[in-house]
Design a protein around this ligand. Structure first.
Ligand code: TGC
Ligand code: FAD
Length: 404
């Protein structure tokens, strides 16, 4: 049986029974447009992601055919103005889209986060007018895909130590170095790469697939984010035109500003993974009979479920509030760190508890729990680890830096 036929079979038998949970009537804080966006992305995920995602995750393959659909639903850079191909949506809308995509799978949300916050956002914020017109409209539709190269083999949490550099060569620069753990790298058409310029300052440069000396080896053997493609970026004397350098920033502030946008989206995204686990666990607890009654009727099960919805509700409020602050350009990087750290950790703990509620069934692909749980191990590490975000809060409240 071909892979396509197998997908069709799974599409027909797997039904996504998810429904949104809103214990504190947070929907009252949203606009009509927000609710319509949530409804439409949710039904797209039910139709296009839920039926196939388990197979792709099991095979450790990214479902490339969904790229067009992601573009059509406006998942790539929804906050980018319409004149550059975006939808000009607000920050809460962006968060809602990330939440619904991650409800399907963190790897799918990753693809959209990288494209929107880490490729389109830096080109929009730090790029020249020519770069914006050349790349943004194609990135918005998915006709062109991008990746973001910051992390290196020897520099993860501490990107300021990066070794990748470029030197001057007339109207070109020569780029050397390597990036590691790069989402979308194996299939990306362009990479926004952060490298040191001849003055030792960090600048963004757009490297295009096909440039001589540029390769993107795939990273194999992941137990997490298996439906997302991860790879390396290797630069061996790559000649890049100077017009590909992002002119608007020459400091670590450049990539970190992009991370603030992506981390914000993840604060919402993690809620999606958590609610999916809760939704599945709640349903299972009412259906599964042991000792003559539904397991949801036992106090220990109710403790788990009640704590889950409490934590989800707190996370929803945190995401909504930081979204509002962001919309008013008032959200600080440290506030975003707190939301990313809290919400991802919350989702991971809920996934672990949901796994217990499903008993043995919880380890199978019949339920989304184990996939979410394993995905979240990456989410709690990338875009700044759990501990790095704690140190960012520590620095912010004490004024004392504990990184170095
Ligand atoms: P530090 O001296 O604190 O800052 C350097 C400059 O940057 C500014 N800044 C920020 N600006 C905007 N947003 C933020 N979040 C910012 N954080 C800092 C800062 O004001 C300063 O500006 P200026 O103008 O004075 O130069 O830098 P540091 O070297 O001490 O580092 C601080 C630290 C450790 C917090 C930072 O390096 C860090 O966040 N490390 C974690 C690295 C990280 O998150 N890597 C993520 C890689 S990308 C990724 O994981 C994508 S996964 C995508 C997916 O699949 O979804
Ligand atoms: P390290 O920095 O080596 O950290 C190891 C441990 O030490 C962690 O627990 C950390 O918290 C701790 N630690 C480090 N410094 C301190 C300190 N000062 N005090 C206390 N503890 C500390 N990067 C990109 O640039 N682009 C991408 O698209 C991308 N996608 C990714 C996709 C996946 C699936 C994964 C797993 C990673 C991805 N990353 C990407 C990289 C990711 O951002 C890094 O893995 C992350 O920043 C941590 O870096 P590291 O793995 O080198 O860990």
């Amino acid at each position: 049986m071909s892979v396509d036929t197998l997908n069709e079979v799974h599409k027909s038998v797997k039904t996504d029974l998810y429904r949104h949970h809103d214990y504190y009537a947070i929907d009252d804080l949203l606009t009509e447009e927000h609710l319509i966006i949530r409804e439409s992305v949710q039904s797209w995920v039910k139709q296009e992601i839920s039926p196939i995602i388990e197979d792709y995750a099991q095979r450790a393959e990214f479902p490339k055919q969904i790229i067009k659909g992601l573009g059509e639903i406006g998942a790539f850079g929804p906050f980018i103005p319409e004149e550059y191909g975006g939808s000009g949506l607000d920050q809460i809308s962006y968060g809602i889209i990330m939440q619904e995509l991650e409800r399907g799978d963190s790897g799918i949300r990753s693809t959209a986060s990288v494209q929107g916050s880490l490729v389109m956002f830096p080109i929009y914020t730090f790029g020249s007018e020519a770069q914006k017109h050349k790349y943004l409209p194609k990135l918005a539709t998915g006709e062109m895909m991008g990746c973001f190269g910051l992390t290196e083999p020897n520099h993860g949490s501490n990107p300021s130590g990066m070794e990748t550099y470029f030197k001057d060569d007339g109207d070109h620069v020569i780029l050397n170095g390597a990036k590691m753990w790069i989402s979308n790298a194996p299939f990306a058409d362009i990479a926004v790469v952060w490298a040191k310029n001849p003055e030792g300052k960090i600048q963004g440069i757009i490297v295009e697939r096909g440039m001589e000396g540029f390769t993107t080896p795939t990273t194999h053997g992941k137990w997490s984010l298996r439906a997302s493609a991860t790879g390396e970026l290797v630069f061996d004397n790559v000649r890049v035109p100077k017009e590909n350098i992002l002119p608007g920033v020459a400091s670590l502030r450049g990539p970190l500003t992009c991370l603030s946008s992506a981390r914000y989206g993840i604060a919402w995204g993690a809620i999606g993974a958590a609610i999916d686990c809760y939704d599945s666990a709640l349903r299972y607890s009412k259906e599964r009979i042991q000792f003559g009654k539904p397991i949801g009727g036992f106090q220990l099960m109710q403790k788990k479920l009640a704590e889950m919805i409490t934590e989800i509700t707190k996370a929803q409020l945190l995401a909504w509030r930081v979204g509002n602050l962001k919309e008013q350009h008032k959200a600080t990087p440290a506030q975003i760190s707190m939301a990313k750290r809290n919400n991802v950790n919350m989702a991971l703990e809920i996934a672990r508890e949901a796994r217990q509620i499903h008993g043995g069934m919880g380890i199978t692909g019949e339920y989304p729990i184990m996939r979410h749980m394993m995905n979240l191990e990456s989410v709690i590490t990338y875009e700044g680890t759990h501990d790095i975000h704690l140190l960012i809060t520590g620095h912010d409240i004490t004024g004392l830096q504990a990184f170095k």
